[in-house]
Design a protein around this ligand. Structure first.
Ligand SMILES: Cc1cc2nc3c(=O)[nH]c(=O)nc-3n(C[C@H](O)[C@H](O)[C@H](O)COP(=O)(O)OP(=O)(O)OC[C@H]3O[C@@H](n4cnc5c(N)ncnc54)[C@H](O)[C@@H]3O)c2cc1C
Length: 532
């Protein structure tokens, strides 16, 4: 053991961030000398939203040794194959951003380049017809592929849609069983060490004092340690992402849960629709400069598919990130570290990513600056990658039906994003930096879905025989459809996995928008005069 080893880790906050951190530390710092204590206040409560995730969460659960069926039962989870975007590129349009890959590369040439070339020869369906996850989603079908799954089932990638409060509770059980001590109480004071301003201890309302070597700030938007005590500062991104409010409400399911999240662009923001086993999660994210809170609530309630199950919750946020996620001996995780709106369901992933990076750069009591700086650099990059990808959805639109969309469509964007858009616009190129979260699939799906149509394709695509490529594309497409046809319905799969009775069919499907399908007209121009 290193004589300078951290012996006491104190986590402040017991929301999704706090319990994800506690569970991971219980598993990975199980070294006999690091004690983990989590302080939370039931009186303050948690944010109570956060339902959709992205595939890396599977790795988090697996590393903890969590049984998938038990987890799905405990959190009322459904499976998510991607996100359907409605009315984003233009009113009346829809596209699907799937998990996993788009088609298969041939002889080292990216699939989407071959697709772009083939589109110059004939009208093709939407590119998501070459995604196993999207094709299964369109049929409402799902199965866990398993390690030995053959092509193309092995290309089915998924994440979960769950009740984040239940997830935190589930992880609390795990963490406490593995030795984490939970302390109930409200932190009223943060004591700083005279010589260097490091946090020494937190004091609770009843006078108890909890000392530590390393503090993890999971106190949510208030940033109790990282901001209120250390004054770290916040970078505000509202000029790129003008939405700063949300209203959320659960509703009754109007049918079997879809294996995907839907986001519908509205005149002044967008609405989420996340089906869980027992209810639908709904919310409207909007810009307060353009829409009042009462109108937002009414708009959301008017667009529910089933009766509301609770009173709507109103939330305020400032999109941006903490200037340093790690300051002195405090590491901020979750909402205390920053927030980029939930359009691509990235917040819980940011928590996971922060935990993974902290474990790989875990300090000792000397707190080497190099470890802290590397952590901050990596988190900064991650936040900016997510920001750019979200800004893309607002910028790349043809919508001109409201001042909100006019503002988004014409706004200046970060240089890093402008470069990516131009690279895609010229020859459909996507380059991913080493730690970048979003894959080629993500960039291609969103760019094409929102009218960033490449002028042409890469010349390497012309090296392949066009007829052979056309036949390979057709074979792939048929294989995705044939495989999806053999999958159980999503509801049947969940019932089988959890041992529950399958849900009764709905009396009448009530939806304000039909599901996407590949027979619908492609939302982007196909077979037009331009090379692509
Ligand atoms: C509108 C909206 C929608 C979202 N949707 C998604 C989504 O679909 N997918 C996704 O990944 N993420 C989503 N998120 C983000 C997600 O909700 C959060 O990332 C996640 O819940 C983590 O929150 P947290 O634990 O950081 O904070 P919180 O849940 O706010 O927890 C803070 C904790 O700190 C405690 N605390 C605070 N002050 C004190 C004190 N003085 N003393 C003691 N304890 C204290 C509280 O009691 C609580 O336990 C969404 C967020 C918003 C705002």
């Amino acid at each position: 053991m290193n004589e300078h080893a951290i012996r006491n880790v104190v986590i402040v906050g017991g929301g999704t961030a706090g319990w994800m951190a506690a569970a991971a530390f219980a598993r990975f710092l199980n070294n006999g000398y690091t004690r983990v204590t989590l302080v939370e206040s039931e009186e303050i409560g948690t944010i109570g939203v956060g339902e959709a995730t992205i595939p890396p969460i599977l790795t988090y659960n697996r590393l903890l040794g969590i049984d998938e069926a038990e987890f799905v039962r405990a959190t009322k989870a459904t499976f998510k194959l991607g996100i359907e975007f409605v009315d984003w590129g233009g009113l009346g349009e829809r596209y699907f951003h799937p998990f996993g890959s788009l088609g298969q590369d041939l002889q080292g040439v990216h699939f989407h380049q071959l697709y772009l070339r083939e589109r110059t020869r004939r009208v093709l369906p939407d590119i998501s017809a070459w995604s196993m996850s999207a094709v299964a989603a369109a049929r409402g079908a799902f199965a866990i592929p398993g390690r030995e799954a053959p092509f193309p089932l092995k290309e089915l990638f998924y994440a979960y849609q769950f009740d984040a409060t239940l997830y935190a509770r589930f992880l609390r059980g795990f963490a406490e069983r593995h030795g984490v001590e939970r302390v109930e109480g409200r932190v009223v004071d943060v004591g700083l060490r005279g010589e260097d301003g490091f946090v020494e201890a937190v004091t609770l309302a009843d006078g108890r004092r909890i000392a530590g070597d390393l503090f993890i700030d999971c106190s949510g938007f208030r940033g109790l340690l990282i901001e209120q005590a250390l004054g770290t500062g916040y970078e505000d991104w509202r000029h790129w992402l003008p939405c700063d409010r949300a209203v959320a409400v659960p509703s009754a399911l109007a049918g079997p849960p879809d294996p995907f999240t839907r986001t519908i662009a509205r005149a002044n923001g967008w609405q989420w629709r996340i089906p869980l086993q027992h209810r639908m999660g709904n919310g409207l994210v909007y810009a307060s400069d353009h829409l009042g809170d009462d109108d937002a609530e009414r708009l959301l309630l008017d667009h529910l598919e089933g009766p509301a199950l609770d009173t709507p919750r109103r939330l305020r946020f400032v999109t941006g990130r903490r200037k340093r996620c790690w300051n002195r001996n405090v590491v901020a995780l979750g909402l205390s570290s920053g927030f980029v709106e939930p359009l691509e369901s990235t917040s819980i992933h940011m928590i996971q990513s922060g935990i993974a990076r902290l474990l790989s750069l875990f300090p000792d009591t000397r707190f080497a600056a190099i470890e802290r700086d590397e952590y901050n650099r990596q988190m900064e990059d991650l936040y900016e990658d997510v920001r750019d990808f979200i800004v893309l959805h607002y910028k790349a639109t043809r919508r001109d039906d409201s001042p909100f969309w006019n503002q988004c469509r014409t706004m200046a964007i970060p240089d890093s994003l402008a470069r990516k858009i131009e690279l895609f616009r010229t020859k459909g190129r996507v380059f991913r930096d080493s730690f970048e979260l979003f894959s080629n699939t993500s960039w291609v799906a969103v760019c094409l879905g929102q009218h960033i149509v490449p002028e042409t394709y890469e010349p390497v695509a012309d090296a392949l025989d066009p007829d052979k490529v056309a036949s390979a594309l057709e074979q792939m497409r048929r294989a995705y459809f044939a495989t999806a046809e053999r999958l159980p319905s999503h509801a049947e799969f969940i019932a089988r996995l959890t041992g529950a009775a399958p849900p009764a069919p709905p009396a009448a499907p009530a939806e304000d928008v039909p599901h996407f399908s590949f027979t619908a007209e492609s939302p982007f121009p196909v077979g037009t005069g331009s090379p692509v």
